[in-house]
Design a protein around this ligand. Structure first.
Ligand code: SF4
Ligand code: SF4
Ligand code: SF4
Length: 272
């Protein structure tokens, strides 16, 4: 039963967040929302432990579609980075600010970039493309993420500074157009660089939060040096070019790990 500790811990963490927010914000939505996400993630980890091949993809679809279709399109909550800035500027600790605090700013101190591996609705689509492992060396254009990050901040700041009317409607359209752009750029880059995760590596503004926080992540993939035979398979299958056999926090592309577990699944010696 010990091997099922992780899904149980994840469920407890999410239930604690769900109940705390429900009681402090006096809003039942938080109980449903975080319970649903917690159950989906725990189910995925449980299925992974049971060696079900599509465990991660199931969680991606359960959480990604819920956030994109239900929260984004039906409930019209802008959960993208522009939505985060918007709620932050209005001083409201709701929807996108809570989502960012849990999944992308403080949560990564515990579960690293698990969001990127299991829940992101952009990657949910990109992971269907044919280049699951990068076919070209990594490019030195990661600086683009700081440009997109700044652009998102300036866009929302400009709305406030110009006292734009109908700001809620603008944010909804920003969500729609932003997502279409993300998918278009993500798909074009995946084919251009023969790498499904090229968008994540070079463009995504959210990595400006995710990378430094995940450096300190409690949950990390570690290598048992006594079992490892240096076959290199883990590095070959890694979509993010992480040197996972190096246990230090400074390992090559360490803050790129999305906890997808492909290295663990493919290690012939169960060393990870
Ligand atoms: S890097 Fe960005 S686009 Fe990629 S999975 Fe993470 S949040 Fe999603
Ligand atoms: S796949 Fe396993 S055995 Fe091979 S290098 Fe990686 S950790 Fe070592
Ligand atoms: S293959 Fe391993 S090291 Fe690479 S991103 Fe996935 S979990 Fe992290």
């Amino acid at each position: 039963m010990k091997k099922y500790a992780l899904p149980v811990i994840m469920l407890i963490v999410f239930e604690a967040v769900a109940v705390t927010l429900w009681l402090t914000k006096d809003n039942l939505f938080y109980l449903y929302n975080f319970s649903y996400i917690g159950i989906s993630i725990s189910l995925g980890i449980f299925l992974f432990i049971r060696k079900y091949k599509h465990a991660r993809r199931i969680v991606q679809l359960l959480v990604g579609l819920y956030m994109l279709v239900y929260l984004g399109l039906i409930s019209q909550e802008n959960m993208q980075i522009e939505g985060f800035w918007y709620y932050l500027f209005t001083g409201v600790f709701e929807a996108a600010t809570i989502h960012y605090a849990v999944a992308k700013i403080f949560g990564p101190l515990i579960f690293g970039r698990g969001w990127c591996g299991f829940a992101c609705w952009t990657a949910m689509v990109l992971d269907f493309l044919p280049y699951k492992t990068p076919k070209q060396p990594r490019k030195k254009i990661g600086w683009i993420r700081y440009v997109t990050f700044t652009a998102s901040l300036l866009f929302v700041a400009a709305l406030f500074l110009t006292h734009a009317g109908n700001i809620e409607t603008i944010m909804f359209w920003a969500f729609l157009i932003g997502n279409i752009l993300y998918y278009a750029v993500g798909i074009i880059l995946a084919f251009a660089f023969k790498d499904n995760r090229a968008f994540c590596k070079y463009i995504c503004p959210i990595t400006v939060f995710l990378k430094p926080m995940s450096y300190f992540s409690l949950i990390r993939i570690k290598c048992n040096k006594d079992k490892c035979v240096d076959c290199g398979k883990c590095k070959k299958v890694c979509p993010m070019n992480v040197d996972v056999t190096d246990n230090s926090r400074k390992r090559l592309n360490g803050t790129e790990c999305i906890l997808c577990m492909e290295c663990v699944r493919n290690c012939p010696k169960d060393a990870l």
